[in-house]
Write a protein that binds this ligand. Structure first.
Ligand SMILES: C[S@@+](CC[C@H](N)C(=O)[O-])C[C@H]1O[C@@H](n2cnc3c(N)ncnc32)[C@H](O)[C@@H]1O
Length: 270
């Protein structure tokens, strides 16, 4: 079967990796699982065997027909559902409500829409328990980066706002057919949105993070001024949040950025 590269079709052929992904998402008994992009079914088979209910979301109609044929028995029993849909349109919250539980998400993602998928999952974070996702290595490095490292930035803190992330393992291009041009990394995201604990309003704080990470080379104080925050004494505000005057946003933990945001909001509520 020819793979459609415009749909990010790189099929996993490494059986050991398939087992590792399923273990990383386990235990699946009693759970409703959503697979993003089941493709030719490499991971689907194992998920269907372990999960109580599997919803497989595939955008390519040709693959949907094949999957429906292959899982006909389990579909008839109501244990598997193959849905022809764009994952970005899928309402995870509605499914979680119907299932009466938070969902487990698994996927070897189509890389051309990795960021939109991560943001879509973040929007439905309250409906999700955990996700085990394969992405290109560079994206996983950014998602799981530590403050002060080259890869730490807006993506890292945005993901952390919705829970914790950990890298699991990396695969070379040869683990896929056809091989992609990049290495791939599987990471786990355990969802636990932190807005209440950090005492920040979701929309305003995300807007603030976009502004402070806007220009990588600028200091935090300069990014704050450019964005119209901390119009008074930015250095004093930063000091109250425990931040050095010349600091850059890329050096600061999410908790510190939240405390700066609270200081700024108390000074000049927007
Ligand atoms: C990297 S492949 C993974 C296939 C399979 N899970 C595997 O590991 O071999 C990505 C899959 O996502 C599907 N896909 C692409 N865009 C999609 C979208 N917007 N919504 C759902 N699935 C999509 C592709 O057709 C493809 O089957």
């Amino acid at each position: 079967m020819t793979a459609k590269s415009r749909l990010g079709q790189n099929f996993l052929r490494d059986q050991a990796a398939v087992q590792q992904i399923i273990r990383a998402a386990s235990p699946l008994e009693g759970r409703t699982v959503v697979e993003i992009g089941p493709g030719a079914g490499a991971i689907t088979e194992g998920l269907a065997a372990s999960a109580t209910k599997l919803v497989a979301l595939e955008f390519d109609p040709r693959l949907v027909v094949e999957l429906q044929e292959r899982f006909r028995g389990q579909i008839a029993e109501g244990r598997v559902e193959v849905v022809h849909q764009d994952v970005l349109e899928f309402d995870f919250s509605a499914l979680a409500q119907k299932a009466g539980q938070r969902l487990v998400v698994v996927g070897n993602l189509p890389y051309y829409i990795t960021s939109p998928i991560l943001l879509h999952l973040a929007e439905h974070a309250e409906a999700l328990e955990a996700a085990v996702l394969m992405v290109q290595r560079e994206v996983a490095d950014r998602v799981t980066a530590e403050p002060g490292s080259r890869d730490y930035g807006l993506l890292t803190v945005t993901m952390q706002l919705y829970g914790s992330t950990e890298p699991l393992f990396t695969l070379p291009p040869g683990a896929f057919v056809p091989p992609p041009q990049v290495h791939s990394t599987v990471f786990r995201w355990r969802f636990a949105p932190r807005f209440v604990e950090l005492e920040v309003d979701k929309g305003s704080f995300i807007g603030f993070l976009k502004q402070v990470f806007a220009q990588k080379r600028k200091t935090l104080a300069n990014n704050l001024r450019a964005a119209g925050y901390a119009t008074g004494d930015a250095a004093a505000t930063m000091e109250r949040a425990g931040i050095k005057a010349m600091a850059r946003a890329e050096e600061l933990r999410l908790e510190t950025l939240a405390s700066l945001f609270r200081e700024i909001s108390a000074e000049s509520p927007r």
